[in-house]
Write a protein of this length. Structure first.
Length: 366
């Protein structure tokens, strides 16, 4: 079976170093852990992402919650966001009691920001598949950048994560720099916002031993040294993993030209991190099932149009042309950095066996 993400191979890369270091971590801990690896990872992330501040949290979703809190999003506020992504993008907006205002994606799967006219407290833009939106076209005083899928990607030769008033990262097991489970970060260049984020990730207080030290509403998203240690180990492999993802993507592109299969393209302003390798087919669910029956695990990214979900939206009659096309036709092939050359070849040969002529004719139009 060619797995979409063979998690055991992440362990093969970082396991030995992690087990060696974590043993020392727990053996030397007293009443609490020192923040050595947390601080070290935050410093590395600042350098990689071109940000003044990076603050670790327990997950990418927690990071979005904190980012919204720091942006002073209140019940009843409008927040512009994408109609097509992981639900973790939109759920924090609803949990705040705010109103998500959905905008369509473009033909690349990135949020369309060219003609945003709606009055809103903030715009939460989302990169997808490793590509960011076109930041230079955004005209808004509070830009929040959900760059969970974009670490290592570039927007006009600068880190995709470096844009916006605040940005977030996810280090979940399916991301480009993974840990076992979940972990995240909020990044900013603004000193005042960084101070708020620091407080908000620890339930809003500065010092639990000092009365009246609660200064903000917050959540328990305090980073743990054990997970920071996992991230520290993964960061040592990031460059190698990124290079391998590109090798796999280049191989797929060359081979799929022979099959005349439509491959998702990256916009000209973006240098992708190849987070997902996406193709368009007539019936993605059927192809996913046929591939699995033949020993290759693919995934559907995604099956949602948030604007059409009554629990999330009152925009049920709006036009979301590209969202609907991606929802119906986009499927991701295995492309993790642990995929072997033999497995990549197996993916292509299995796709050749399972795909139909109707699938080959699918294009994204708008």
């Amino acid at each position: 079976m060619v797995k979409f993400i063979p998690i055991n191979r992440l362990y093969n890369d970082i396991g030995e170093q992690y087990l060696d270091l974590v043993s020392t971590l727990y053996k030397t801990a007293d009443t609490h852990f020192e923040d050595h690896y947390t601080t070290e990872c935050e410093t590395i992330l600042k350098n990689i992402c071109g940000r003044k501040h990076a603050l670790l949290t327990t997950s990418g979703t927690a990071s979005i919650n904190i980012m919204l809190l720091a942006a002073d999003i209140n019940p009843g506020d409008n927040v512009i966001t994408t109609s097509y992504s992981c639900p973790a993008t939109v759920m924090p907006i609803k949990l705040m009691g705010a109103n998500p205002i959905f905008y369509d994606i473009n033909r690349y799967g990135c949020q369309d920001v060219a003609d945003i006219t709606h009055n809103a407290k903030a715009i939460l833009v989302t990169g997808l598949y490793g590509d960011s939106c076109d930041f230079d076209k955004i005209d808004h005083p509070m830009v929040l950048n959900d760059s969970a899928q974009c670490m290592g990607g570039l927007y006009k030769n600068k880190s995709s994560v470096s844009h916006g008033d605040m940005s977030i990262l996810s280090f979940a097991t399916n991301k480009n720099c993974p840990v076992f489970g979940t972990y995240g970060a909020v990044l900013t260049d603004n000193d005042t916002l960084a101070e708020k984020i620091w407080l908000m990730r620890r339930n809003g207080y500065r010092n639990r031993d000092v009365g009246n030290s609660i200064q903000h509403i917050g959540i328990n998203a305090q980073p743990h040294e054990d997970k920071a240690l996992q991230l520290y180990c993964s960061l040592q492999h990031l460059e190698k993993w990124q290079a391998r993802r590109k090798q796999i993507a280049d191989f797929y592109k060359d081979e799929l030209k022979k099959l005349d299969v439509t491959v998702r393209q990256s916009p000209s302003y973006s240098q992708t991190n190849n987070h997902k390798f996406c193709i368009f087919v007539d019936n993605k669910t059927m192809l996913r099932d046929k591939m699995l029956d033949n020993g290759v695990e693919c995934q559907l990214h995604y099956t949602y149009n948030f604007s059409q979900v009554p629990l999330l939206s009152n925009q049920l009659d709006s036009d979301f042309t590209f969202t609907e096309q991606f929802k119906q036709h986009a499927i991701s092939l295995p492309s993790s950095p642990w995929l072997t050359d033999t497995e990549a070849e197996t993916v292509v040969q299995t796709l050749k066996k399972c795909i139909t002529d109707a699938d080959k004719g699918v294009t994204i139009n708008g």
